[in-house]
Design a protein around this ligand. Structure first.
Ligand SMILES: NC(=O)c1ccc[n+]([C@@H]2O[C@H](COP(=O)([O-])OP(=O)(O)OC[C@H]3O[C@@H](n4cnc5c(N)ncnc54)[C@H](OP(=O)(O)O)[C@@H]3O)[C@@H](O)[C@H]2O)c1
Length: 345
């Protein structure tokens, strides 16, 4: 089967580099175009990027010149779909016009996440939300990824929704790669924790209700879930750790929670979906970013749960999500695989 020719918007940043790495050699997609950065239009990728994901830029993309994000030029190069790793401000003016012009866009940026006609997707959780695209007015699709911590939280809560109350108390310990590159200044983060990440708590509070909600006709009915969130930046390279506490319903034991989490299945036939998207660790000191951030197959696509305890009707646990893979590029690529399989692309 011919692979679909795709591009990346913002390929020089942390998330853009992860897209480039994951798309090289992908069975359904061929990386053929790199578009837009503040300073590098016209440069070869290897000259423009400060590559952070291994010894050198993958050979197959090192010579691609970074171009302006124009639909006409993309069509000429037969690029049908772009993955966006742009900051919200530039996504605001670039993504929708591309999809109106017929280029499909799957984005990590937060700008369109809460739009009523745009799915906010984790395929194993709310794959049915793609239905909203059936009535779309734009020629190209526009689909969004949740915030990276939201993805870890929602993937962990989804299999146990029926066992828990509607209030969830969350604290996150978020990795430096989540702040992009160059990200947080070293003097602010070395040996330190920073109890503020701009706009992060709002995303964790609002996005879960849309993802876990129902699509009735063309309208989202938000789920009955209230998240209370505190977000902290910590000196870890990859992997957001999420501390979670909530009331449980009668009969919800530790064992039942574990059996629901481990029973959750991936999506067959999608190359980026793990067989089991949640891994539960029994050790008293897991999950940990150094050991679990790249768990699963493909690496980094599994959310790891651990320290699951239920006492006096209250459950406490930790989830760990790889922020640039399952919390970012990997989830976007999985969304695009589902769109391709179901004929939306
Ligand atoms: N990092 C994560 O873990 C994570 C997780 C989920 C979602 N996200 C989202 O993914 C997006 C990218 O995040 P990131 O961490 O990769 O950020 P980043 O490292 O700062 O990269 C941003 C990219 O966008 C380009 N860019 C910046 N300003 C631009 C402008 N005004 N016009 C055109 N291009 C511009 C940059 O080009 P230059 O290299 O020329 O500056 C770079 O390629 C953000 O929307 C973020 O919220 C990130």
């Amino acid at each position: 089967m011919d692979r679909l020719r795709v591009g990346v918007l913002g390929p020089t940043g942390m998330m853009g580099q992860r897209f480039v790495q994951m798309l090289c050699g992908h069975p359904c997609f061929e990386l053929a175009g790199l578009y837009v950065s503040r300073s590098s239009i016209g440069k070869r990728y290897s000259e423009a990027v400060s590559w952070k994901l291994g010894p050198s830029v993958p050979e197959q993309v090192s010579g691609i010149r970074i171009a302006e994000p124009k639909a006409k030029a993309m069509r000429k190069e037969k690029v049908d779909l772009v993955f966006s790793a742009l900051p919200s401000e530039s996504a605001a003016t670039i993504e929708k016009p591309l999809s109106v012009a017929g280029i499909h866009v799957v984005t990590n940026s937060s700008y369109h996440r809460m739009d009523p006609d745009v799915p906010l997707m984790i395929p194993e959780v709310n794959g049915d939300h793609l239905r909203i695209l059936q009535g779309r007015k734009r020629k190209g699709i526009l689909v969004t990824n949740p915030n990276c911590s939201t993805t870890g939280l929602v993937m962990g809560l989804d299999p146990i929704r029926k066992l828990i109350g509607s209030e969830v108390f969350v604290s996150t310990y978020q990795a430096l790669s989540g702040a992009g590159y160059p990200g947080v200044a070293s003097l602010d983060i070395m040996g330190n924790v920073v109890p503020f990440i701009r706009d992060e708590e709002d995303k964790l509070i609002h996005e879960p209700a849309k993802i876990l909600g129902e699509l009735e006709g063309e309208k989202y009915v938000p789920a009955d879930i209230r998240v209370v969130a505190n977000c902290v930046r910590v000196p870890v390279r990859d992997g957001h750790t999420i501390s979670v506490a909530f009331k449980v319903k009668k009969g919800a034991t530790r064992e039942r929670i574990i059996s629901h989490l481990t029973a959750k299945k991936g999506i067959r036939d999608l190359p980026s979906s793990p067989v089991r998207p949640i891994s539960v660790r029994d050790e008293e000191d897991r999950p940990r970013p150094d050991l679990d951030a790249f768990a699963g197959d493909p690496p980094g696509m599994v959310v790891t749960a651990g320290r699951i305890r239920v006492d006096d009707g209250i459950a406490r646990m930790f989830f760990l999500v790889n922020n640039t893979i399952r919390g970012g590029a990997g989830n976007s690529i999985l969304i695009a695989e589902q769109c391709l399989k179901e004929g939306y692309i």
